[in-house]
Design a protein around this ligand. Structure first.
Ligand code: 0PR
Length: 405
């Protein structure tokens, strides 16, 4: 850092130079990202609330009201209006919070000799972590790597369930991995690599029967599946209408068009937040359940503004358009002599060449200026058809694909 500052003009000249080196979603060249161009209405709301800190909500009561309203709107979208939760940084933080809530409530239940009490917060005790050891979570092999972080941070053993022929979690495999030490089972509604929706209804039955916390990671699918079903798609149930579902991750910064970072975590009832709450002696609220302390209210304002502005109709159009382009892409991929590894359920397409290696295809696409990503299981070129992609981008990509064949 220099002793004396430089002029504003100089600062912004430097910034523009850095910016030039970044890719933009708007260019249509980013094909492997789950993020997209934030909507202008969200950006405006975001900048209006850049000083609000939901870590100390008493100081920002208007923002807190908005957070409660956003959580209620998200809950309603996902089958239960009276849910609890927070707007946080993204899917990783949401999944870590869900695993923390599951672990802590498991411990409390175990300490209370197995009795589940979700209503009465006065029964919550100070926990002695050393008392209960070797706790585990069962996640599909397709689950996002954030569960590995959660397991590491929370000292949980990660048990990975196999997938079926459609790359959804295999229920028999989940069942076989459940033990007396299982604190949570995870299902995914929109897997990171292939956009698959697990059989959450079946997982819900299993978890109810075995009295295990079920978390649904709908970071990607949460902002599209409900809207697609409203316009005639037939995607499986995955939300709080299924009694066994205890928590859901839903990310406004993915299909919700909100600025980065905006994630969402919802819990069926407030006891799950209470089991994570820590005393905060000098703040305006005496307990806090989130992982981070200082937490922007700008993400909340952006999500509130977008949900109000776009309404269901707006989000139906966004999700519907992405699916139309997904169909155009899959058709073109087949016609160009490439193979889809599976039929897309959402707006993610994975394919490979019958002749060239994966890396050869990826390199050739990169040479032509396309930023694709590679899925690990099964290995394939992966394209996420996000709202920043337009018909002309898909057509241009398909032209290039034909050329490299
Ligand atoms: N759950 C699921 C199902 C996800 O797909 C992701 C991220 C997460 C949780 C974690 O969310 P955060 O990254 O918000 O914490 N999925 C993308 C991925 O890892 C995120 C991403 C976005 C990656 C843009 C690259 C990129 O350019 O692939």
């Amino acid at each position: 850092m220099e002793d004396k500052g430089i002029s504003k003009d100089e600062v912004f000249k430097f910034l523009r130079n850095f910016k030039k080196q970044d890719m933009t979603h708007r260019s249509g060249r980013i094909l492997g990202s789950m993020c997209t161009c934030p909507h202008e209405v969200g950006l405006k709301a975001y900048s209006m609330f850049s000083e609000s800190n939901l870590g100390d909500p008493g100081l920002f009561q208007g923002t807190k009201i908005m957070e409660d309203e956003v959580i209620a709107m998200l809950g309603e979208l996902l089958g239960k209006k009276d849910v609890c939760g927070h707007i946080i940084t993204g899917g990783t933080e949401a999944n870590i919070m869900a695993m923390r809530a599951a672990r802590n409530s498991f411990r409390i239940n175990a300490l209370n000799s197995g009795e589940r009490d979700n209503q009465n917060s006065s029964k919550i005790k100070v926990l002695k972590p050393s008392k209960i050891k070797n706790l585990e979570i069962v996640v599909p092999k397709s689950a996002h790597f954030s569960f590995k972080k959660a397991a590491d941070m929370l000292c949980l053993k990660l048990r990975e369930a196999e997938l079926d022929d459609n790359y959804c979690v295999d229920l028999a495999s989940v069942d076989s991995l459940i033990s007396d030490n299982t604190v949570a089972v995870v299902g995914v509604a929109g897997t990171t690599e292939l956009g698959k929706v697990d059989a959450i209804e079946e997982l819900s039955k299993l978890c109810l029967e075995k009295d295990i916390f079920l978390h649904v990671d709908a970071a990607f699918g949460g902002f599209s599946i409900p809207f697609l079903n409203e316009i005639g798609y037939d995607l499986p149930k995955f939300d709080f209408s299924l009694e066994g579902v205890c928590s859901i991750t839903i990310d406004p910064h993915k299909m919700g068009l909100a600025p980065i970072p905006t994630g969402g975590i919802l819990f069926r009832d407030k006891s799950y937040l209470e089991v994570m709450s820590i005393e905060t002696p000098y703040l305006t609220e005496d307990r806090q359940s989130t992982i981070v302390g200082t937490r922007t209210g700008a993400s909340t304002a952006a999500t509130w503004a977008l949900m109000k502005y776009l309404g269901k109709e707006g989000y139906q159009k966004v999700a519907g358009k992405c699916m139309e382009l997904t169909n155009l892409l899959t058709q073109g991929i087949r016609e160009s002599g490439f193979e889809l590894v599976t039929e897309p359920q959402l707006n993610i397409v994975a394919f490979r060449s019958p002749k060239m290696s994966l890396w050869e295809v990826a390199d050739k696409l990169e040479e032509k200026g396309w930023a694709v990503s590679i899925s690990s299981y099964p290995q394939a070129i992966r394209i996420v058809v996000m709202p920043h992609l337009k018909r002309e981008h898909i057509e241009e990509f398909l032209d290039d694909l034909k050329k490299i064949k």
